[in-house]
Design a protein around this ligand. Sequence first.
Ligand code: HEC
Ligand code: HEC
Length: 368
Amino acid sequence: MSPRLGALLVAVFFASAVTAGCEDKPPPPPPAPPAASASAAPSSSASPAPGGSGSKVAAPPLPATPLALPELKVPADNDLTPAKVALGKQLFFDKRLSKDFTSSCETCHAPEKGWSDGRPLTQKVGGATNTRHTPSLFNVGYGQAFGWDGRSDTLEKEVATQWTTQMGAELPTITASIAKIPGYATQLKAVFGGDPTPEMIVKAIAAYVRTIRSGGSPWDRFEKGEKRAVGEDAQRGFELFKGKASCTQCHAPPLYTDDAFHNLGVGFDKPDRDLGRGKVASDDKLNGAFKTPSLRSISTHPPYLHDGRALSLEQAVDVMLAGGIKEKNKGLDPKVKPIKLTSKEKDDLLAFLKSLEATVAVERPRLP
Ligand code: HEC
Ligand code: HEC
């Protein structure tokens, strides 16, 4: 069966993340973006899409690239198609993917919490507590290495790891039970053909995760010439961000990350050290190094830092301005230096960071 036909058979569910902002280019007609204001609360309903109540409709088109973001590169063996993304979205939100039906990906990566969970550290299915804070999934599809320590070199590997370790899932068993749900059976067949495998589920979820993007923020609109999109405080904050505070060394636009690993000493002041990248790369020089998080929509997902210690954005910025943590840490990255800002300058810097918040409305899918 062709994917196109499959798409037509897909039961109704509601479109992938609709991202605010204009598009760089025109490809498939994007879902209507919400008004260019920065305040829409994510809607949290499983209610039918306008005009589509209960009927069978084609999967919604892929969301267009948000303003200021680069084109997404996807692996040759996992192309993005509307039907696959729609299937992945349902799976992402479905607790039947966990061992005891208590948790979906959304349990820890919730759209209204900036695709994180609002807690410093969270329990996995089974009760063990994670030693690292749940990262946001915004723009994760642009990365080269996944996890705070970059242990997975593809998003697909990381999704499989997450599904197994966070949700207590024995993948073949859960796949077999998912494949018994008629709505999933039809879609899996339409999208991938053949008998359902865990890889198919992983690929569909990874495809959906790639569509979770944040761009078209007030700051992006300002840079495109919309002079009133941000206040003067944010404009001064950007000058500090790239100038005196030199945050751009690591949080480089357009994604506001260098996708690299740096030791800022976070966690090294605790008895139980997390070696981070050093352990994965078997390189002592990288002990205590963690991936630079993107700062797009950063204000939407406190707490911060890989151990969740910074309860507010201001606290996270304070750690950066202090030049990281030197206590019990010999490997501090030489790029981080203590920087003295006045309290007014700090407010400006925070205003700039807040101006990177984009309006992203997400509707929950209807599950089969
Ligand atoms: C119980 C909470 C929990 C659940 C459920 C969960 N995650 Fe995560 N997720 C985390 C934590 C914690 C990390 C950071 C792990 C690390 O780096 O050691 C993470 C990391 C990730 C990353 C890497 C992000 C990055 O910046 O590199 C991706 C991608 C991801 N999760 C996707 C998923 C998907 C997809 C699901 C569902 C299959 C899922 N997660 C379920 C807590 C969770
Ligand atoms: C040497 C590279 C580097 C520089 C310079 C740097 N950062 Fe960071 N930043 C990082 C890394 C790495 C992390 C994650 C550290 C961790 O959790 O272990 C981080 C974390 C953050 C976080 C928390 C993100 C999250 O999702 O938890 C914020 C906010 C932040 N940085 C803002 C800034 C600001 C503002 C500046 C300039 C004053 C700055 N950074 C300078 C590398 C850097």
